[in-house]
Design a protein around this ligand. Sequence first.
Ligand SMILES: Cc1cc2nc3c(=O)[nH]c(=O)nc-3n(C[C@H](O)[C@H](O)[C@H](O)COP(=O)(O)O)c2cc1C
Length: 211
Amino acid sequence: MVEAAAAPLYLSAMFNDLSSPAALLATRRSGKPRDMVAPGPDATQLARILAAATRVPDHGKLAPWRFVVVGEDQRDAFAALLQAAYRDDKPEPGRLEIEAIEQFAHQAPCLVVALSTPAHASHIPIWEQELSAGAACMNLLEATHAEGFVGGWLTGWAAYSPRVAAAFGLAPHDGRIAGFMFIGTPSRPLDERPRPAAETVISRWTPSPSA
Ligand SMILES: Cc1cc2nc3c(=O)[nH]c(=O)nc-3n(C[C@H](O)[C@H](O)[C@H](O)COP(=O)(O)O)c2cc1C
């Protein structure tokens, strides 16, 4: 059996356990992008993460998703874009709002913008293509954790801004921003969040007599 790479010290045994694929799935925990610090993935590791993100169920083999990497040297331009987009709706933002935008744009060592880009001409329902985009985002996160980093999937107002969408190549009605996928190293231990009790979300089908 191939020995799993030793998990970096910051990963408590409770979260993102790399000892086996099943353990990783059972202990998956996002990182908070605002708490992420270097290192982030190098070019080779990011290429592996994005390759995994494209290896998802995809009805009709349409690849209805795109991934745009925002380089570290592009974060100032990204922040300027977000500020301009924010001013589209609120021309006179307050200082705290601007600070929040700057913090969002510059957080975490690595940022990939995931796009849902359904093929409208296809007979495959848009909903199913959007599900594939969600699967791609999830695989990106799982591959991130498998590489020993943490990922965080955020949206927020910027994901619904036409100006931000256009800056990432989306014309109106083309598609949507599926998420801002931040990747890095947690600067503090991860903590658990409430999870739904299995019995509230899992059941066995019992056909009704009238079915
Ligand atoms: C489509 C989508 C959008 C999300 N957007 C946000 C967001 O804007 N802000 C936020 O704090 N969490 C957001 N989340 C939730 C976090 O990504 C994260 O999943 C949540 O904190 C639970 O942590 P877990 O991934 O470890 O279960 C979003 C999740 C999804 C699936």
